[in-house]
Design a binder for this molecule. Structure first.
Ligand SMILES: Nc1ncnc2c1ncn2[C@@H]1O[C@H](COP(=O)(O)OP(=O)(O)OP(=O)(O)O)[C@@H](O)[C@H]1O
Length: 306
């Protein structure tokens, strides 16, 4: 007589991948720089999710790791550990050839230094043309697309000028056009308005918002400028190489029809459920090593250890 077949309990459903539907995912991202005998942990387990079509500002004190994060996402630098994915590209396991392809086609990058984004002896039109030539785009398409991008960024009339004949704001608009030449899904910009006066910054930032809204390009921009970060719906703050808080802004309409912006600050929780309580909250209630947690029907309370 044969033994009855063994029955095993059904395996637990697989845990969905962190940020499975997102366009950009960083999970426990670490970047350690070795400078001589000193090790600098620029990113210390950073988590970040950006959905397709979002425009996100990244803010934080000097040295908090903003540029390191952007360089990794733009494929310029490689992380030490953790996970980073942009679209279908795994930024840790990427071959050198894939990295070149990624930087050429998948993402666009704009730096703070206006001059370093451009080639001094080329005209605006030729500069936008250059990445397309490298990607072997047909001549007719290149010509049409260069002019279309320059026009969209409000510098159509500068097509035949060289960088020396452009203002700082115009140079950054041309740099954005260059970054968008190969139709990337994401635009990364590291302090793109850092060298500009306030009025010009607002204009350049407005141009990036148009790119986000009209072309559907996802934009991640590092900025120190609070007037600039106040113009996006989502601001992510980085502290000590980790995402610490987020501000989400939405427009509300009052009963009398007036509209106003509501900004709400959120703490960021990582995949393991860790949340950082801001220092002023901890100090106000003398929260130290141990706190009491209680689950209420619609919230969780944290109390000092009595
Ligand atoms: N190539 C490098 N070698 C050694 N240390 C580095 C290197 N690049 C960055 N760091 C260090 O890593 C940390 C994070 O630097 P990062 O430039 O990412 O900060 P940031 O937030 O962009 O600062 P800032 O706003 O001043 O540009 C800093 O302590 C910095 O000194």
């Amino acid at each position: 007589m044969s033994a009855p077949p063994l029955s095993f309990p059904a395996p637990p459903p697989p845990t969905p991948e962190f940020g499975a539907d997102a366009l950009i995912v960083c999970e426990s991202l670490v970047r350690i720089y070795q400078s001589g005998p000193i090790e600098v942990q620029a990113l210390q387990g950073l988590d970040l999710i950006v959905d397709s079509g979002e425009m996100v500002a990244v803010v934080g004190a000097s040295g908090s790791g903003k540029s390191t994060l952007l360089s990794i996402l733009a494929g310029i630098d490689a992380p030490t550990a953790g996970r980073a994915r942009v679209d279908k590209w795994d930024l840790l396991g990427m071959s050198r050839t894939d990295r070149v392809r990624y930087r050429r086609k998948a993402v666009g990058f704009v730096r703070q230094q206006t001059a370093s984004n451009l080639v001094p002896y080329l005209t605006a039109r030729q500069m936008v043309d250059l990445p397309m030539t490298a990607a072997r785009v047909a001549t007719g398409v290149r010509r049409e697309r260069s002019l279309e991008l320059l026009r969209m960024l409000g510098v159509g009339d500068c097509a035949d000028r060289r960088p020396g004949q452009l203002s700082g704001g115009q140079q950054q608009r041309v740099a954005i056009a260059v970054a968008l030449a190969n139709e990337p899904r994401v635009l990364f910009a590291d302090e793109p308005t850092g060298e500009l006066d306030t009025a010009t910054s607002v204009e350049v930032f407005g141009a990036m918002r148009d790119v986000n809204r009209e072309l559907g390009v996802t934009v991640v921009v590092v900025t120190h400028d609070p007037s600039v970060s106040g113009q996006v719906e989502r601001t992510v703050a980085i502290r000590d190489g980790r995402t610490s808080s987020e501000v989400l802004r939405r427009t509300a309409t009052a009963d009398n029809g007036d509209t106003h912006v509501i900004a709400e600050e959120y703490a960021v929780m990582d995949r393991a459920g860790r949340v950082q309580i801001p220092r002023d909250y901890r100090e106000a209630l003398a929260l130290t090593r141990r706190v009491r947690l209680a689950l209420e029907p619609d919230h969780v309370t944290i109390r000092p250890d009595a």
